[in-house]
Design a protein around this ligand. Sequence first.
Ligand code: ASP
Ligand code: MG
Length: 408
Amino acid sequence: MANNITVMKFGGATLATPALMKGVARRIVETRAQGRDVVVVVSAPGKMTDELIAKARAITDEPDEREMDMLLATGEQQSIALMGIALKSLDCDAISFTGPQVGIVTDDAHTKARIVKMGGEKIKTALRLGKVVIVAGFQGETENEEITTLGRGGSDLTAVALATALSAGICEFFKDVDGVYTADPRIVPEAVRLPRLAYDEMLEMASLGAQVLYNRCVEFAKKNKIVLHVRSSTKPEPGTLISEEVAQMEGVMVSGVTHTKKEAKLTILWVPDQPGIAAKIFSRLAAEKLNIDVIVQDISEEGSTNISFTISQDDLSRAKKAVEKLVREIGAKGFEADEHVGKVSVVGVGMRSHSGVAAAMFEALAEKGINIQMISTSEIKISCIVAEDRVEEAVRAIHEKFQLAKLA
Ligand code: ASP
Ligand code: MG
């Protein structure tokens, strides 16, 4: 059921100073003046969430999670109150609510809670009275009225959940960037803004290093068919629309190049090539809460094989300890670590219907003499692990190869 409701979500960077907040308030008033019913979701201003976490950590390394939620929820509560003040100073009838006040119910996983129920009546009533409704992102409460937060970046999720509960036509994300780009413009100056993306592409890009939207928010939007619009908080031009796949998207081979750095590669040498060994290795690593990314097993020689995998550099010392033990237990010969690798990936739903994407990507890397250490693919992405200090060059070479600057 489409209606006239627009959800407008403003990230912390767009609310960092009183002057920015006033600008945002004017933007909201303009949208309201177009006859839209407006629900605003805000993050904590600027770096406030980081600062609050730092304060708690200055007291203890492992702050209690219930109390962390109590603390972190105050950031967004400041934003809603200040936005209410800003809007009312412009003679705009507005009202601010916390997450619990509008009935955002979550499970009790403090600091990474999941939404289990979403109210909305209070918001609908206020909209009927002609008010702009401001809701604190990132927070909710359990059935027992304990305050929770939804994980870093969780305000995006609040916005999409509200859009779903209110059957809003669109959920707009106002940012200090004006959309999603074909690559990180700080690395590729020719990168261009993508006018449209499919949910699946955005999901891949978000998990491959493009820090535009919170992954859980995109999953939620896909499930509930909420169209997302990522756009600038200061410019009027449209940004990037994220929706279900449309036929024209398939016409493009690759939509973007993403990258990550700060990964490490571990190789276990001369692993006995027997059923159950890989299961043993990776269930142990999982039990150590190590997040494994790409895995490659070499071809077997004389009953042995090498198994390589990548992890975040932050987890390297823990991973090394676990692997050292495993080597002894499974009777492998030893292990090697490459502490500085990164990943470059190309993403595009067009890959489903075009061939030759992998070949072109590998060619781009070969032309620069960049060695590919590992490869992983899905239906709509290809990733290569390369040396960390070649990642940026690799991104530029691939961007050029697929002529992504022409996608605008
Ligand atoms: N303020 C929270 C954070 O910085 C939530 C958000 O901004 O979405 O993670
Ligand atoms: Mg934030």
